[in-house]
Design a protein around this ligand. Structure first.
Ligand code: PLP
Length: 248
C-alpha cells in the first residue's frame, strides 16, 4: 500500500486509485472463493451496487473494467445513466419497485432482481408487449420471515414462478434473496442454501430453467458463493461507505 498524504486522500485521483484497489481485491477474492467451491471465476458475477454513489464513481469503476452496476432507485439510476452515457454498461435494478415505476425498467435495465408479485409481473409484461421487448427477471424470495420486507414467501414461490414463466414479456432467469442483515453469518449461509434448494425444487416442478442465484452483499458474499451464488451484489466493499442520499 502506498503512503497517502492528507492532500492525496482528498483529490479525485487518490480516490479513484483507492477504488480500483478495493475493486481489484474484491475481484480476486470472489474468484478465489468461486474456485474453492468448485466453480470457475467467471461463473460468479459481481454486480457493483452504485446506489447513492455519484456518477464519477461509476465511471471510475467502469474504467477499471467493471460492467455490471446495481441501482435501487429508478430516478437516481436514470439520472446517472444520462450523465454516464456508456452503452456497454449493464444496469441491474435491485429490490422494491413501485408499480407506477414499472414503465422505466424496459430498455433501461438488463435484469430486475426483485420481482415478487403477480400484479407487478403482469404490469411489466403488458408494457413490454406493447413495445415487443423482453425483460430478464429474478424472483425475490423472502427467507427471513419478515412480512414487511420485499419478496414472495417460499410457499408462494412455485405459483408465482409458473405465472411469470407464462408471460411472454418476461424471461425468468432465477431467484434473488436479501436475508435480514442482523442475522449471523452461519444463519445467513443456511438461508442461502435454502434459496438454492428452493430453486432446484421449482425447476423440477415447473420445468423452467433457473440458472441464476443473486445472493450475497458486502457482509456475506463468501457465504453466498459457498452456497452457489452466480451474482453477488457488492456496494460498500468496492465503493466505500455510501454518501447520504442526494436528491433522487
Ligand atoms: C444496497 C444493496 C446491496 C449492497 O449492499 P452493500 O452492503 O453495500 O454491499 C445489495 N443488495 C441490495 C438489494 C441492496 O439494496
Amino acid at each position: 500500500m502506498s503512503v497517502t498524504t492528507e492532500v492525496d486522500a482528498h483529490d479525485g485521483e487518490g480516490l479513484a486509485a483507492d477504488l480500483s484497489e478495493r475493486y481489484a481485491r474484491t475481484r480476486q477474492l470472489v474468484a478465489e472463493l468461486a474456485v474453492r467451491h468448485g466453480r470457475r471465476p467467471e461463473e460468479v458475477r459481481i454486480v457493483a451496487v452504485s446506489k447513492y454513489q455519484p456518477a464519477t464513481a461509476v465511471t471510475n469503476l467502469a474504467g477499471a473494467g467493471q460492467r455490471d452496476f446495481g441501482e435501487s432507485y429508478v430516478q437516481e439510476a436514470l439520472a446517472k445513466q444520462r450523465v454516464i452515457r456508456r452503452p456497454d454498461l449493464r444496469w441491474h435494478f435491485l429490490g422494491r419497485l413501485q408499480r407506477n415505476k414499472a414503465k422505466y425498467l424496459p430498455g433501461n435495465f438488463m435484469l430486475f432482481h426483485g420481482l415478487d408479485n403477480a400484479a407487478l409481473a403482469l404490469d411489466l409484461h403488458e408494457r413490454l408487449q406493447v413495445k415487443s421487448q423482453m425483460l430478464d427477471v429474478l424472483i425475490q424470495v423472502n427467507l427471513g420471515d419478515e412480512p414487511q420486507k420485499g419478496g414472495v414467501t417460499p410457499g408462494g414461490l412455485p405459483a408465482l414462478a409458473e405465472h411469470v414463466g407464462g408471460l411472454s414479456g418476461l424471461a425468468l432467469r432465477g431467484l434473488m434473496a436479501l436475508p435480514p442483515f442482523e442475522l449471523d453469518l452461519a444463519h445467513k449461509q443456511r438461508l442461502f442454501g435454502e434459496l438454492r434448494r428452493l430453486r432446484d425444487a421449482v425447476q423440477r416442478q415447473t420445468g423452467l430453467w433457473l440458472p441464476e442465484l443473486s445472493m450475497g452483499t458486502t457482509d456475506d458474499f463468501p457465504q453466498a458463493i459457498a452456497e452457489g451464488a452466480t451474482m453477488v451484489r457488492i456496494g460498500t466493499r468496492i465503493f466505500g461507505d455510501r454518501p447520504e442520499r442526494v436528491s433522487p
